[in-house]
Design a protein around this ligand. Structure first.
Ligand code: EPZ
Length: 416
């Protein structure tokens, strides 16, 4: 089992180039199913979730031409609508293949993506929205089968601004008959990037105010070449690492305007941030101050995916902090391992109370999901002594090579 070995108690100094975005790449790869030809995606992150998505696309008949971070996806001749269970159950985001397969070939069968360690992962919003557009969905709790004799544009209002449900509706609507007005949709940057990719393929998608999109169905889309944008969550993770360990780093390619909530929190904690034309400079020299209360939510609120990395940094802040998780009901799993390092965090319902000012001690700890694993690596950077983070494969789902990146930032880390 691969792991990450960290020698702690050292500040970070250096520059790292931010990889392509996992949460932009996955829906855009799914959207390539809508195009009867070869789309070429550049700057795709080399992570296991992208590997899984390539296998799923191949299983439905796509021809994949992968050259490093460039992936060609030819969906000219789709041959199957049943998604392989082994990949669907390992990757929740395979649910976002429903929209494009219904839109392109009118049917899709997949096993329930089920829950995961960060909380319940229901799909009711996806099913309700696609049904409103004319799909007939049958769900026996284990397997979901949806068919459609042609999706129809309609008015869809999401009960919650779900990122995945928003992506599914957009991908279902771009080839539907008529216009779809989507309301209360997610506003995460990944939604913009998906719409931008589809617009490059000839789709008609207009922003009609915050959380409102008007999508006019087209008969056919055409291939394009598209560059995946940098990953705001990876950039935010390394920003949290610098908050925790101290030092001065440069995040090359860090996207502007996509991490404002985190950056405001970092300024409250005493960091100095400087935006340049090529990225974000982060400096934490003096004491780390508590930001008080932080609450996750839908964009532009503080992102749930940076909740665990921030939690690790809060252990080093002077004064108590409170971090409230409002998106997933099980996203404090990493607290147990952080407390084995001496964090002293107490979770009360949906809020983690972090006493702060703690000297963490290096430990042998275990990742159980992606962002919690990254948080344990951050904790290892500021702990006294050495830390071994096991189950590194969880971290590799979203980070190309966290050891390589942290070594660029001067950390003493090794592949264990
Ligand atoms: C996307 O997941 C991201 N994944 C997640 O990133 C991210 O945490 C999440 O959005 C929120 O920003 C990808 O983009 C691949 P949701 P998604 O549907 O689409 C409830 C990471 O670490 N909900 O916005 O699955 C759900 O239970 C991953 O990179 C329903 O109730 O998230 C949750 O409480 C983790 N019914 C809330 O909405 C539904 O039908 C947010 O889920 C769907 C969702």
């Amino acid at each position: 089992m691969k792991s990450v070995y960290i020698r702690g108690n050292a500040s970070l100094y250096g520059e790292v180039t931010i990889q392509g975005s996992k949460n932009a790449a996955l829906p855009i790869m799914a959207a390539a199913l809508l195009v009867p030809g070869m789309c070429v995606l550049r700057n795709c992150p080399r992570i296991s979730d992208v590997d899984h998505m390539c296998r799923i696309l191949t299983s439905v008949g796509c021809r994949i031409d992968r050259r490093g971070r460039q992936i060609g996806i030819d969906a000219a001749a789709l041959t199957d609508s049943r998604l392989p269970e082994e990949y669907v159950t390992r990757m929740r985001s395979s649910i976002m293949l429903m929209g494009p397969l219904l839109g392109r070939i009118g049917e899709v069968t997949l096993s329930h993506p089920g829950g995961c360690v960060i909380g319940d992962r229901p799909i009711d919003l996806h099913v309700k929205a696609l049904s409103a557009m004319g799909a007939v969905c049958r769900d026996d709790g284990r397997q979901l089968c949806a068919v459609s004799r042609g999706l129809r544009g309609t008015a869809v209002r999401l009960a919650y601004p779900s990122v995945g449900a928003t992506e599914n509706v957009i991908m279902a609507a771009v080839l539907a008959d008529g216009a779809t007005l989507l309301e209360n949709c997610a506003q995460e940057p990944e939604i913009f990037w998906l719409c931008d990719f589809l617009s490059h393929c000839g789709a008609s998608i207009e922003q009609r105010g915050p959380g409102r999109l008007l999508i006019c169905g087209r008969r056919r889309l055409h291939p394009c070449v598209y560059t995946i944008p940098p990953d705001r969550i990876v950039a935010g993770t390394y920003l949290c690492a610098c908050l925790a360990a101290g030092g001065e780093i440069f995040l090359k390619g860090a996207p502007a305007g996509e991490n404002d909530a985190l950056e405001k929190t970092a300024l409250r904690m005493g960091a100095v941030l400087r935006r340049t034309g090529t990225g974000l400079a982060v400096k934490r020299a003096g004491p780390l101050r508590s930001p008080g209360r932080v609450e996750t939510g839908s964009f532009p609120a503080f992102p749930t995916d940076l909740q665990s990395p921030l939690l690790a940094a809060l252990t080093q802040a002077e004064g108590e902090s409170g971090l409230k998780e409002t998106v997933f009901n099980g996203r404090f799993g990493v607290v147990k391992e952080l407390n084995r390092m001496g964090a002293g965090i107490v979770v009360k319902k949906d809020t983690a109370l972090v006493p702060g000012g703690r000297r963490l001690t290096g430990e042998r700890v275990r990742a159980s999901e992606l962002r919690g694993g990254a948080a344990l690596v951050i904790a290892g950077l500021c702990a006294e002594g050495d830390t071994l983070v096991e189950n590194r494969s969880y971290v590799d789902r979203g980070y190309e090579d966290i050891c390589r990146d942290l070594r660029f930032l001067g950390a003493c880390v090794q592949d264990g």
